[in-house]
Write a protein that binds this ligand. Sequence first.
Ligand code: HEM
Length: 503
Amino acid sequence: MGRWSLLRWALQLLKTLLLRIMCHFRSELHSSYTAQSLQIVPKYEPIPRIKGLPVLGTLLDIIAAGGAPNLHKYVDARHRQYGAIYRERLGGTKDAVFIASAQLMRSVFQQEGHYPQHPLPDAWVYYNKQHACQRGLFFMEGAEWLHNRRILNRLLLNGNLNWMDAHIERCTQQLLDKWRGQTAQAALLGEHYELPQLEQQLYRWSIEVLCGIMFGVHVLSCERIQDALTEFTQIVHKVFEHSSKLMSLPPRLAQLLRLRIWRDFEHNVDEVLQQGAAIIELCIGAQQTQEQALYQRLLAAAVPAELIRRIFVDLVIAAGDTTAFSSQWALYLLSLDSQLQQRIAQERALGESQLLHGLIKEALRLYPVAPFIGRYMPQDAQIGGHFIEKDTLVLLSLYTAGRDPAHFEQPLRVMPERWYQSDSQQTHQPHASLPFAIGQRSCIGRRVALKQLHLLLGKCAAEFQLQCLNEQPVDSVLRMVTVPDQTLRLALTLQTKSTCHNC
Ligand code: HEM
């Protein structure tokens, strides 16, 4: 080899080495893009970080602010202090990023990946693991989730869902008939009728609607199913109480210490899953095959019967409290405004009521039953001008976003008109209210729930005058979902005949 070719070979080697070093440096920089490296790359705006204690994070601050029941308000206060995006470690080992602006929330959904991953309550995950329990859609991940989600999207979200209407109508009318009969009796004594155990009644109604959609309303006339549903409503209702008590304690520790809160939770979930499965068996036995309900549709889509059972139990659990509490909030808002009740009744007599639509949107905006939606970022992401590393838990603060004056003018006022499609003066940002989330992992029951809410609220406005009897203003607390801080006391009187049309 000559001198020149030796030199060329040495230069080539040097170039290759340099390239390798640069590539290595670049990939290091990319993969370990921590807050430290953010300082090297000034184009990202830093995210305000709230300092906490080692291990405990800011848990003590949360406890001082009222603990888990007030978490939505605690986070709301943080947003007011630190802005639409900030980091905080509420406990555990990792920060979560909280986001409350319409634009940033949208950006998170756009980058949620093919298999969006949401945080699951620790107690439930631990229970499923301990009992080797396979669960429905909410707990599924990856390809299994996507496969089943696509099937359910076709049946519950997309296209024409009119087949559900008769089932929802029958269940809702039964509830309204009961209320009307009792209101008429009270009227004979010159009294109003105060709805007893409203929470339980709405719970029962939302579970019945779901059974109707799954197997046809016919099954609800079976006495054994009615008895089983009565028992099931009571126990499923307690799941959320037990789970919320475990929210600030690692379930493994609670189990090791044999704490009562864990034993109660475990016993309760055992019962719910067993009873739920038993109801499904009863319904399968009692259904009429010519009734085209969800069960037959899933069988026709080649979903194995065992998987259908798994999916159904979790649909019932997911539907029960979300729909029951959203309708409670909407009834509460309706009961505060007698003029609105009349205007809705009048509009409804002529057809669709835009006001009713707006009222339901307002209830979901002000009282989102899920006040936080979580996503683990599947890769490093740029959200607005901020950098968020892969695997970070991002929590979208729906409660705050829905009450932000930057999104909604006079945010605490109930203004159904703000949702009018034709209103060119819209001053709000509709995407700041996302009660069902958006994106691939959004609520599969959105259209079912909205159909239910429209029917119930519309019929109530048409048939009754509603009045709220609570003496103190009703506020929200978090018990897994956002619930009223006191028993809601609603009184009914019969609507005068002139406005009662289209019942
Ligand atoms: C007003 C009532 C309801 C509200 C406000 C609501 C809200 C939500 C929200 C925000 C999510 C998204 C959670 C996330 O992204 O991590 C969700 C998911 C879900 N919802 Fe609803 N929901 C309601 C009613 C229902 C009903 C009636 C059903 C059943 C028919 C249902 C079944 C589910 C299921 C199975 C998921 C998990 C979806 C998945 O992981 O792919 N929901 N819901």
